[in-house]
Design a protein around this ligand. Sequence first.
Ligand SMILES: [Zn+2]
Length: 102
Amino acid sequence: MTTPREILLARRRAILADLDLIETDLDQTPPKDWEDRASERQGDEVLEALGNSELLELRRIDAALDRIAEGTYGECVKCGEDILPARLAAVPDTPFCNRCAP
Ligand SMILES: [Zn+2]
């Protein structure tokens, strides 16, 4: 059986690999052609937005891994109730139960 920790670590690795690709792509020298540069920049913004959302997810994953280490994983950080296993399975990095989820 796959533990939540394994799921979180696998997701973490995937994000880090993704972010690595994004960094590489952003670092590429812009094309010399002026018109190409405008569209290239738009692509960079999309990549940056994607990178930001992945960074946020990475933080949630790290926080969840911390809770596993502390033995509080699966408890809602807000009300302290147990988070439903189905919810944890769907969103392994969630710190909230169904009721406290924003
Ligand atoms: Zn709660």
